[in-house]
Each structure stands twice: as C-alpha cells, then as structure tokens.
Design a protein around this ligand. Structure first.
Ligand code: CP
Length: 309
C-alpha cells in the first residue's frame, strides 16, 4: 500500500482508486484507534510539521495525535510567534522546515493555492489542511469515510449540503469526492452564497432547503461565517436560521436512515438546532474520531511512498 503522488492537495485530482486506498487504509487505522494501546511504529523516524496560518482545533490536533500515535516526531509552527510574523515568505518558511528534516508539512493558509505553491518548491510531502475557499481534502475524506461506515456505501446516495457553499472549502472538496464515488449531491443556501457555475460539478442546486433534504441519506450543515452578514450576503442571523437552519421539522423530510453531519465548529441554533446536533442521527463526534484515522492513513501512505520511491 502506497500512494504514487507526493502531496495531497485536493479531492479534485484524486482518482477513485486513490480514494479507495485511503479509505481502506483508514479502516485499519480506525481499528488501531479503538485499542487500549494506540501506539504503532508505522511512522518511526519520521518528522511531521503542522504549519497553520489560520485557527484550527480539529484538523491540527488530529494530525498531531495521528503523528504521535504512529511514533513520528511532531512539531507545530505557530505563525504568530514564528518568523512568519517578521515577514518571512511562505517558500522560505517551507524550505526552512524542510531543512530541519521534515518528511511531511501540513499547511492551512487563507490563500487558495498556497499548498500547491509550496508543494512545487520542496521535496517534503505537502498536505493541504484547508486553503482559502478552494479545498479541505482531509475533511472530505473523513466525511466520506464516516458516510461509508454508517450507510455501508457511498454510491447511489443523496447528500444534501446546506449553507454558505461559495466560501466553503469543505463543500468544494466534498462535491469533488462524492461525485467521483457516484453519490448525488444536492445544494441549498442563500442565492448570494451559491457559486454561479457550481452545477458544472454535477451537483444539483435547489431553491429551498426542503427540496435538498427531501429523501436525503446525509444532511451536511456548513458553518455560517457571521462576517457574511456585514458584507450583505445574508439577511440577519435570525432570518438565516429561519430560512436555512436545519431543524427537527426539516430533517423529518429525509430518509429514515438519515445521518447528520457538520465539519465543525458549529454555531448552535444558527445552521443547526441543538436538538438536531445532539440527536441520535448526528455523527458529528464520529466525524472527529474518523478524522484521526484518515490523517493516520494519509501520513502512512505518503511516508511509505517516500520509502519505496
Ligand atoms: N473542520 C475543521 O477544519 O475544523 P478546525 O477548523 O477546528 O480544524
């Protein structure tokens, strides 16, 4: 088992075989995670560095734990207290980290394409942990893993993604990945937050939340960024919750086997009610656990590639 590619930059350019290989490897990693002793030697001698230019709880911590569980040395560059704050460029920072022996650099950056730029200039493997409005591939992979674990398949299912599609890298990666594996993706949200050409991906744009949720096997809420109200892109937060919020009445339209997902962090009572978030159909906490398994799988597959290349 190994991936042929050096980097994980997006779901758009991953083949079906590669997605399968990552999800199958994550299943082995999930088994390890359920053991009393989570330590494995898979990454012994490897160095993994997280370089985050934006805040994160889940993604950064899960990469750090994944590295440690598998015996790697894990370090984090905190951008406010590093030389980034003195004006060091992304490439100079990346090369500096690589010069210290990093095998994998995991980067989150507000600019779309920043991980791709870094990947071209360093030999270390680069994992995109979220770049601007572009992609968040490891989130979509953990979402797909969770759907497969809960529903038993990824093809021939209806997935409703609700909220700010335009600014959501999570939505974009999920659309690419879910379409590749044969899922039907339905989108709903304020028109001002719906990208014009999104239908070219094969996703269906709905005029109401009800239309998207009707018969859905998966309902995925997205975090609403409150600054969108100041920009005039959404009505008041209260009106957003009324028109687009996922509540008990709306999820009653979905399939009886529905699962409810959210990448987190959740604004309770805005994109989803607490009743929905804490309902038996919610798999939000399982998504977090599966995030560690997916990140263990990716680190293993990329570092193994470096050993066999
Ligand atoms: N879902 C997600 O990316 O969460 P964090 O911002 O906490 O990493």
């Amino acid at each position: 088992m190994a991936l042929r590619r050096k980097d994980i930059l997006g779901l758009r350019d991953l083949s079906l075989e590669e997605i399968d290989e990552i999800l199958n490897t994550a299943e082995l990693m999930k088994y390890i995670l359920t053991q009393n002793n989570k330590r494995t030697p898979h990454l012994q001698g490897k160095s993994i560095v997280t370089l985050f230019y934006e805040n994160s709880t889940r993604t950064r911590l899960s990469f750090e734990l994944a590295s440690k569980y598998m015996g790697a040395s894990a370090a984090n560059v905190s951008t406010p207290s590093s030389s980034v704050a003195k004006g060091e460029t992304l490439l100079d920072t990346g090369r500096t980290i690589e010069s210290m022996g990093a095998d994998v650099i995991i980067i989150r950056h507000p600019m779309s394409g920043a991980p791709h730029l870094l990947a071209k200039h360093v030999d270390a493997s680069i994992i995109n942990a979220g770049d601007g409005m572009n992609e968040h591939p490891t989130q979509a992979l953990l979402d797909m893993y969770t759907i497969k674990e809960k529903l038993g398949r990824l093809n021939d299912i209806k997935v409703a993604i609700i909220g700010d599609i335009m600014h959501s890298r999570v939505a974009r990666s999920n659309i690419w990945g879910l379409r590749a594996v044969g899922a039907q993706v339905y989108l709903a949200g304020p028109q001002t937050l719906m990208p014009l050409d999104i239908e070219k991906t094969g996703a269906v744009v709905c005029t109401t939340v009800e239309e998207a949720i009707e018969g859905a096997d998966v309902v995925m809420g997205l975090r609403i960024q409150k600054e969108r109200q100041r920009e005039g892109l959404i009505p008041s937060i209260r009106e957003y919750a009324h028109l687009f919020g996922i509540d008990k009445e709306r999820i009653e339209l979905a399939s009886p086997n529905l699962i409810i997902m959210h990448p987190g962090p959740v604004n309770r009572g805005i994109e989803m009610t607490s009743e929905v978030i804490d309902s038996p159909a919610s798999v939000i906490n399982e998504q977090v656990t599966n995030g560690v398994a997916i990140r263990m799988a990716l680190l293993y597959l990329l570092t193994r590639r470096r050993m066999v290349a």
